[in-house]
Design a protein around this ligand. Structure first.
Ligand SMILES: Cc1ncc(C[n+]2csc(CCOP(=O)(O)OP(=O)(O)O)c2C)c(N)n1
Ligand SMILES: [Mg+2]
Length: 704
């Protein structure tokens, strides 16, 4: 994309146009963030015209560089560039900024606007996501093209980030910075908009740290660019430091760039008021005077547009040149190319299911152990699978045996093709980076920690759900049964709170067989999911493996049916899940480790017909047909019990008015697993009592 910018003529006019478009769009919307968009217009112009390798007509081109606007509030800065450079964003889209149904929402949203690479807005997330993108790019290159000279591979793509004070005040940026530094992610460039302003005023109110020194200490190359003599950003100096770094860089690069928010607005510049509200018609008019233009709002001169859209030509040429190189790589590496094509299309090998380990009735093992075994089988079948843990690889069972550590090449057992990422105790950045990894289409990634620490990951989980990214969380130590580590480590409210999140699947398998089925279903469904795993050994139920596989995929199924009272199969099992099996007196729904508890409890009941339903994933079950749901949970049976060693919150709808929820609505305690479970009421006696209570209530409601 080499293109010398001439700041005196058309580039200058293009930047002026971009500045005014941003101000006009915010003015017309009546809300938005004009200050940063106006001030950084030259920076965005420089990136989109010169440094970013992209083709606006091919926004999904695999060889493109990525641009992440971590300070998503400045969205209009990005939309303006998308329009000016010829993405499928029009002037009318800019006029419709922030309005209902527009392509230009308040913050950038993946999948909503061509050219937006990730959803941003929660400060810090974009930066940490970008670190993941850079990690995945480096990994893909190392796997597929390790011998290419630095900067010479079709897999070498760069990631550019614009970040604000708030981005770097967030603790997440510390974690992300440390990771990028440790991994020497040369493909990553962050431009920090050091404007000394945030919403409450001057950043000196909140910060006295030397941000550049902080990143330098984390292993980044750091450059400082001061203001130009007229008070604008010094885009020429910026161009120089960006040009000095290239695709061969061996360290991430931070440019601390001085700017004045809202420059060149004569009164609004350098004020926090310019952050998040329209400047007002008078101030926008005064800005036009300052810039020496007398245009109507949303004016774009044809010669300016022709100039900015010259990037189309350069972009296409870059893409075509890249394609020639990509074709050559493909011809030289047919096997890897086929694998890459498969993984990028998100297809799974046809024989995947048959390669899974089978856990048989009689086996007793923790679901985390089963997951660890499944991962080994998957890793053999899926070269695109990699993962890691936040310093809990052993307890989470996340390590891929035989896989190297993901690191720069530092001798045996290391390398960027490594499939085991050591995240350190950085659950938040791990989760955000996993979003970025999944945005580089070829990868499938999993990340482990204890369920209780999902709290540290929640903002990234939410973005994964919003973007529907195929990320897999492995959360082990899923209840008070983790034992003596006590209440700080024992999750209670986590399952309920994760289930409350739209678009996210919480999957809590009951035993080894369900764990294998859950892994498979997660891969097939290819959406954001958390696999919730127990630390304690659990017996594998006697359900046939095909019933388990199908049942888990559907989110819930009958694992043991009531003996039929009115026709149907006498033992109930043959017709499990069908209405003919006989209507049970009571349905007991359980998840995870509590399925075994329930099976043990109902074995003590012989005067009631009790159906046991395993419900590893409520979200998947809710997505099933009404007919299937009715088969498993007949509406006519109001005597219901739900058993889960976690907060009862949220189960009311399944239990119904006659139902009883056997949960834990207080914190746990430090004691061995058996004592902790007993003390928090996870006992067969309580389950049996609940079954009788529900049966009694249902009988009373029928009578009354
Ligand atoms: C995690 C998070 N907290 C709070 C906000 C709300 N918010 C948006 S921008 C901002 C700070 C603005 O200051 P700065 O980051 O320096 O951006 P600038 O105004 O300089 O562009 C805040 C608190 C947010 N978007 N994300
Ligand atoms: Mg700021």
């Amino acid at each position: 994309m080499t293109h010398a910018l001439d700041q005196t003529s058309l580039d200058h006019a293009a930047v002026t146009t971009a500045r005014l478009l941003a101000l006009d769009a915010v003015e017309r919307a009546g809300s938005g963030h004009p200050g940063t968009a106006a001030a950084l217009a030259p920076v965005a112009h420089l990136l989109f015209q010169k440094h970013l390798r992209h083709d606006p007509q091919a926004p999904d081109w695999a060889g493109r560089d990525r641009f992440v606007l971590s300070c998503g509030h400045a969205s209009v800065l990005l939309y303006t560039q998308l329009f000016l450079t010829g993405y499928d964003v029009s002037l009318d889209d800019l006029k419709a900024f922030r309005s209902f149904g527009s392509r230009t929402p308040g913050h950038p949203e993946l999948g909503h606007t061509p050219g937006v690479e990730t959803t941003t807005g929660p400060l810090g997330q974009g930066l940490a996501t970008a670190v993941g993108m850079a990690m995945a790019i480096a990994h893909e290159r190392a796997v597929n093209d390790p011998d290419a000279a630095p900067g010479e591979s079709v897999f070498d793509r760069r990631v550019f980030v614009l970040a604000s004070d708030g981005d770097l005040q967030e603790g997440l940026s510390y974690e992300a910075g440390a990771l990028a530094g440790r991994h020497r992610l040369g493909g990553l460039t962050v431009i920090y908009d050091d404007n000394d302003i945030q919403i409450e005023g001057d950043t000196s109110l909140t910060s006295s740290e030397n941000v550049g020194a902080r990143f330098a200490a984390q292993g980044w190359r750091v450059d400082h660019v001061g203001l130009a003599s007229d008070g604008d950003v010094d885009v020429e100096a910026l161009d120089e430091v960006l040009s000095a770094t290239d695709r061969r860089g061996d360290r991430p690069h931070l440019v601390v760039l001085k700017s004045q928010i809202a420059w060149p607005a004569p009164n609004a510049r350098n004020t926090s008021a310019a952050h998040g509200a329209p400047l007002g018609a008078d101030e926008v008019a005064a800005t036009r005077v300052e810039l020496g233009v007398q245009s109507e709002p949303f004016t774009v001169d044809a010669d300016v547009l022709a100039h900015t859209r010259s990037v189309l030509e350069r972009g296409r040429a870059a893409r075509e040149a890249w394609q020639v190189a990509a074709d050559a790589w493909e011809a030289a590496h047919p096997v890897a190319a086929a694998e890459l094509q498969r993984s990028r299309s998100r297809a799974l090998p046809a024989d995947l299911e048959s390669r899974l380990p089978v856990f048989s009735p009689g086996d007793t093992l923790a679901t985390r152990d089963a997951s660890g075994k499944v991962i080994q089988a998957l890793a053999e079948a899926l070269p695109e699978l990699w993962g890691g843990s936040a310093d809990l690889a052993e307890p989470n069972r996340t390590a891929i045996a035989g896989g190297a550590s993901y690191l720069p090449d530092e001798g045996p057992g290391t390398g960027r093709a490594g499939r085991n990422v050591h995240w350190g105790v950085r659950e938040g950045a791990m989760a955000s980076a996993m979003n970025g990894i999944s945005l580089i289409e070829g990868s499938r990634f999993f990340a482990g920690t204890f369920l209780v620490f999902s709290d540290y990951q929640r903002p990234a989980i939410r973005l994964a759900a919003l973007m529907q990214l195929p990320v897999t969380y492995l959360w082990s130590h899923d209840s008070v049964a983790l034992g003596a580590d006590g209440p700080t480590h024992q999750p209670i409210e986590h399952l309920a709170s994760l289930r409350a999140m739209p678009g996210f699947s919480v999957v809590r398998p009951a035993d080894g067989a369900e764990t294998a089925a859950a892994w498979l279903a997660i891969l097939e469904k290819d959406g954001p999911a958390g696999l919730v795993l127990a630390r304690q050994p659990l017996p594998v139920a006697s359900t046939p493996v095909d019933v388990v596989r199908a049942g888990v995929r559907r989110g819930a199924y009958v694992v043991q049916d009531a003996p039929a009272r009115t026709g149907g199969a006498a033992d109930g099992s043959a017709a499990a899940g069908t209405p003919d099996a006989g209507t049970p007196d009571v349905v007991v729904v359980a998840t995870g480790s509590e399925v075994a508890l329930v099976l043990e409890a109902v074995a003590q009941i012989d005067d009631l017909a009790v159906r046991v339903v395993s419900m590893p994933c409520r979200e998947w079950f809710d997505a099933e047909s009404e007919q299937y749901r009715e088969q498993v949970l007949p509406r006519a049976v109001s005597a219901r019990v739900v058993v889960e060693a976690a907060a009862s919150f949220g189960w009311e709808g399944v239990a119904g008015p006659d139902g009883v929820i056997v949960g834990i609505d207080e914190f746990g305690l430090s004691a061995p697993a058996a004592d902790a479970l007993r003390e928090r009421g996870m006992t067969t006696d309580r389950v049996v009592a609940a079954v009788r209570t529900a049966a009694g209530r249902a009988a009373t409601s029928v009578a009354s």
